[in-house]
Write a protein that binds this ligand. Structure first.
Ligand SMILES: Cc1cc2nc3c(=O)[nH]c(=O)nc-3n(C[C@H](O)[C@H](O)[C@H](O)COP(=O)(O)OP(=O)(O)OC[C@H]3O[C@@H](n4cnc5c(N)ncnc54)[C@H](O)[C@@H]3O)c2cc1C
Length: 488
């Protein structure tokens, strides 16, 4: 079959891309297992964003994102994320997504670790399922989208007009062709023994993109969630949402003592990496891996109403969270790195886009701020769709040259000093002998410069071309040195 766009993935990113593509685009959207088996449907806590919140500011959301990310985030994409949150949260509400409200009718915004304001919109403790179901229901009404479930993307090849995909459905192979391809295949949790991720999360899209020639960035930036239910047996770890700590739960060690004061002033509301790290350090200190979340000091009715899914899942495991401490331990949860994309979700391979957890837009830096990932999936899948829409218009008009080469005639020249900065970085990081510490320190800055140049919002002249070449070569050298350093 021939399509304009093939989307691999039916989580938040894949569905929202389909919704935002032109209504006359012929689209194939596939999911490798059942439609709702994905990380999106597992998201509990919610979606972060400043939406109709006079007491909050996008600048505060932006700052919280930088703090969680260790200031290694891409400034441009973070700014887009927080500024465009209202647009996409508003849109999914229009599409039928319901978020919990207070008695006065305003939305109930919850707090999670690392957020300086209550800005997490949620649907009880099953926000992801609500979003996945409502977006899916809408996509199912679109006559231009051919949805195929239990359809595994087995391979993708680049052709001279786009892509050819090989799929497998109930033992039958099929090939499909498209001008554009969107990878929205989610995370990688299943490469670990213990993870919160769904069974589909084996990094397929990252593997395909890598083989197609896309740049893969930051794959060692993995977030470990501090509070997975610790049943010590199964691979799939049931998550005890960050919002439980947001609503006042204490973290206790094996002696039943709160211990976060030893590691961070923000106590239980410190960002995830800080809490996970504190648990590991405390475990070494006490010689025990027994840890608990305790919310028994809160009103039982409030707990049951606020966390119905967690409450029920724990009851099924023999724990009543209104009376019992919950055994927890960290486990793999989220991938910050992935297929490197620019702010329009374009990879380096013409026509290939990536969005959602399999992509790396740079918004999370070294560590994701809680509830920023559903938002990232929405904002940047919309950008992918909008970019494709522009290119499809060019295709129809047969203006291949301009469409391909976006000349940006009215754009500013590339800023002074970029090449000098890159040369200094390379000189101090990799001159005669690699300096491992400097490489580590400088690598993300090189990525940031390269991303900015790849976005291409500058006049195309020799300064731009040479700055882009310098950044690309610096990236490749430092990347290779990092790989060798880690002994991969
Ligand atoms: C337990 C849990 C709780 C979370 N809580 C939150 C939260 O509260 N807030 C928040 O912002 N984020 C949360 N996250 C993270 C967030 O849910 C994910 O990052 C986000 O939903 C990813 O969306 P996605 O569309 O990129 O991927 P997914 O939703 O995982 O979708 C991936 C899709 O790709 C398809 N696919 C994969 N490989 C193939 C293949 N080879 N062929 C065909 N199809 C394929 C799958 O079938 C699936 O449809 C949570 C994650 C987990 C696991």
């Amino acid at each position: 079959m021939n399509y304009d766009v093939i989307i691999a993935g039916g989580g938040a990113a894949g569905l929202y891309a389909a919704i935002n593509l032109p209504k006359d685009a012929k689209i194939l959207l596939m999911t490798k297992r059942e439609l709702l088996l994905c990380n999106t449907a597992l998201a509990q806590g919610g979606i972060a964003g400043v939406y109709n919140s006079p007491e909050d500011k996008t600048s505060l959301h932006e700052n919280d994102t930088y703090i969680a990310g260790g200031f290694q985030n891409n400034h441009k994409t973070v700014h887009m994320l927080v500024e465009e949150a209202a647009q996409d949260i508003g849109r999914i509400i229009e599409l039928g997504v319901e978020f919990d409200r207070k008695e006065d009718g305003d939305y109930h915004r919850t707090l999670e670790g690392g957020h300086s304001r209550r800005r997490i919109f949620h649907h009880k403790d099953a926000t992801g399922r609500e979003i996945a179901e409502k977006l899916l229901a809408y996509v199912q009404t679109l006559p231009n989208v051919d949805i195929r479930e239990n359809t595994l993307l087995c391979d993708v090849k680049k052709t001279n007009t786009g892509f050819s995909a090989l799929t497998l459905h109930e033992g039958q192979y099929e090939t499909h062709n498209s001008h554009f391809f969107i990878m929205a295949t989610g995370g990688i949790g299943r490469v670990y023994d213990f993870t919160t991720n769904s069974a589909i999360a084996t990094g397929d899209g990252i593997m395909f993109a890598y083989h197609l020639g896309a740049m893969i960035r930051g794959l060692s930036l993995i977030q470990f969630h501090p509070t997975a239910f610790n049943n010590r047996h199964t691979r799939e770890c049931f998550l005890i949402s960050e919002a439980v700590r947001g609503e006042g739960a204490y973290l206790l060690n094996c002696d039943g003592e709160r211990f976060m004061q030893r590691y961070d002033d923000r106590l239980e509301l410190a960002p995830r990496d800080v809490v996970s790290n504190a648990i590991v350090l405390e475990s070494r200190r006490t010689g025990s891996d027994e840890f608990y979340l305790d919310i028994t000091h809160k009103d039982p009715e409030f707990i049951r109403n606020r966390f119905p899914m967690i409450y029920q899942n724990l009851l099924d495991q023999g724990y009543d969270m209104t009376r019992d401490r919950i055994p927890i331990y960290p486990c793999q949860h989220y991938l910050m790195g992935g297929i490197a994309v620019n702010s329009d979700s374009r990879t380096r391979v013409p026509g290939l886009y990536a969005c959602g957890e399999c992509s790396n837009t740079g918004v999370h830096g070294n560590n994701r701020l809680a509830s920023n990932s559903l938002l990232e999936a929405l904002v940047f899948s919309r950008h992918a769709a909008q970019d494709i829409a522009k290119k499809m218009a060019h295709l129809a008009e047969k203006r291949f040259t301009e469409a391909e080469f976006d000349l940006h005639r009215d754009a500013p020249p590339v800023p002074h000093g970029i090449r000098t900065q890159l040369r200094h970085i390379l000189q101090e990081s990799y001159f005669v002998k690699p300096d491992a510490q400097k490489i580590q320190e400088n690598f993300s800055r090189v990525c940031e410069i390269l991303n900015d140049l790849d976005d291409g919002n500058y006049q195309i002249n020799s300064d731009y071309v040479e700055a882009r070449s310098t950044a690309t070569i610096a990236f490749l050298i430092l990347n290779e040195a990092l790989v060798e350093e880690k002994g991969v």
